[in-house]
Design a protein around this ligand. Structure first.
Ligand SMILES: N[C@@H](CCC(=O)N[C@@H](CS)C(=O)NCC(=O)O)C(=O)O
Length: 278
């Protein structure tokens, strides 16, 4: 594809998966529109009926066609891509000059293995811990350690920044946020143990890796916690603001858990054994 066409991303503020795509778009210096979908409250019916048909998950990327507004169906001549890791590969292809993936085949393979580890191992451990479903502290730490082992001595997952980093960072950011804000679903003693372990020399490499990613403008522009804070009403008093953020996270988490208990599914991809109700 020689010239870049209009890009529309359908995303949700609290979801790590569209965040992956936003990181890649920012790193590519792309111009794009975002249409926000509320997943928890008032998920609009048109999204599953007209956009990500029959699936309804975010992210969803539309490439080409005229400007889209909420409620529009993308025109049939557009390219439509789902699945965050696949979308990011697509972005690497349409923005070759941005080097979202290295050119060396060995490094490309490493980048893909890293992303695959994130989804296969880190994501279930993260979700099980964050949603209070019984991932033990050591299970979570082992998953983070596995990620850490895949990192080179310095720099990003494959040296230069790549979409492998976009795969991992949205989850690491949300884990850190949960450890800091401790919504009510999180067991406080477990959170304290994780915080202490992550601050220890055992996790020095992932600590530095996270800091290196946080320092990038792409993260500053896309980290949704800021949006969540501002969506709470442009408050300036830090204490009140963090109480409101905590309340919002608690409310969202509670809704998610209620839905999980009813359906047995965290989302359409991820099933976590639900404890049997007495
Ligand atoms: N494997 C997918 C996961 C996407 C996903 O599960 N998105 C969730 C939000 S975290 C979603 O849109 N769920 C639909 C819903 O909750 O209604 C990806 O990487 O894009």
């Amino acid at each position: 594809m020689s010239e870049t066409k209009r890009i529309t991303l359908y995303g949700a503020i609290d979801s790590p998966f569209p965040h992956r795509v936003r990181l890649a778009l920012e790193e590519a210096g792309a111009t794009y529109d975002i249409i926000w979908i509320s997943l928890i409250y008032d998920k609009p019916e048109w999204y599953e009926q007209k956009v990500n048909v029959g699936v309804g998950k975010v992210p969803y990327l539309v490439y080409g066609g005229p400007k889209l507004n909420p409620g529009d169906a993308p025109s049939p001549e557009t390219v439509q891509v789902s699945e965050s890791l696949v979308i990011n590969e697509f972005l690497a292809d349409i923005f070759p000059d941005a080097h979202l993936l290295p050119t060396d085949p060995a490094l490309r393979a490493k980048a893909r293995l890293f992303a695959q580890y994130v989804d296969a191992k880190f994501l279930p451990a993260f979700a099980g811990f964050v949603f209070g479903l019984g991932t033990p502290v050591e299970g979570l730490l082992a998953a983070i350690e596995g990620l850490q082992r895949m990192l080179p001595a310095e720099g990003f997952a494959v040296g230069e920044w790549s979409i492998a980093d976009a795969a991992a960072m949205p989850l690491l950011m949300r884990l850190n946020q949960v450890l800091e804000l401790k919504p009510s679903m999180i067991k406080r003693d477990a959170a304290a143990q994780v915080v202490e372990a992550l601050a220890s020399p055992r996790f020095a490499r992932i600590h530095k890796y996270t800091a290196d990613n946080v320092a990038r403008p792409s993260m500053a522009k896309t980290w949704d916690r800021v949006r969540l804070v501002y969506s709470c009403g442009e408050l300036h008093d830090a204490q009140r603001r963090s109480a409101l953020v905590q309340a919002a996270i608690d409310a969202e988490t509670t809704k998610r858990i209620e839905r999980l208990m009813k359906t047995g599914k965290l989302n359409s991809d991820l099933t976590i054994p639900v404890p049997v109700q007495p």
